[in-house]
Every structure is written in C-alpha cells, then in structure tokens.
Unconditional design. Structure first.
Length: 117
C-alpha cells in the first residue's frame, strides 16, 4: 500500500488541476491548474522509474554490478519536461499580462466576448 501513495498523489494533482482549468474563470487560477497537471505528470514519470533498493544511474570508476539502478530515461524526460514547463509558464504569464493590459480584467468570460471597446 505504501508504494501506491505516489500514484494517488498523481491522480489527486491531475484531478485538482483539471477541476481548476475547467471550472475557474480567473486566468491566473487556470495557469495554476495547468501547472498542477504538469506536476502530476512529472511525478508520474518519476514514479515509473522507481525500483525498490536501487541506486542513482551515475557512472563511477568502481561500479557495483550487484545493485540495481533506477531507470534513467524517466528522469531525463522529467528534467526536460520541467524545463519546457518553466518556459511555457513564463509564456502563459506574459500573455496574461498582455490580456490584462488590453482588457483590464482577468475574467475569461469578459475576455472571450470579443468586445473591443
């Protein structure tokens, strides 16, 4: 049961993020929901690479072949995902600043209406 906790956390992060993206109207809250979904996916990738009693996949001069290593591919994918996520987060926040300057609101209902005044 203890090994299922990361998967429960993944499901909770993704569901809370989906709820926020679908039901909230504030653009900042929507971006926070997208970030929660991204964090859930990253946690899922790291959880997939976990092996019990494993060591980090780092090359040393004296490798101990008796120990199992954790999978390096999910770690590399997660690191790439974090870097891409930070760039996308910065882009989304810059769009929100632009939208706020143009429409003077962060409410999605008022921005989607398309009323240029």
């Amino acid at each position: 049961m203890i090994y299922n906790i990361p998967f429960i956390a993944v499901a909770a992060l993704i569901l809370i993020g989906l709820y926020t993206v679908i039901f909230k109207r504030n653009l900042i809250k929507i971006v926070i929901g997208i970030t929660l979904i991204e964090s859930g996916v990253n946690l899922f990738l790291i959880t997939l690479g976990f092996r019990k009693d494993s060591v980090a996949p780092i090359f040393t001069s004296n490798p101990d072949v008796s120990q199992t290593m954790s999978l390096p591919v999910p770690q590399a994918l997660t690191l790439t995902s974090i870097v891409i996520g930070v760039a996308v987060l910065a882009l989304m926040l810059s769009f929100i600043v632009y939208i706020y300057r143009h429409y003077k609101t962060l409410d999605v209902r008022k921005v989607v209406g398309g009323d240029d005044e």
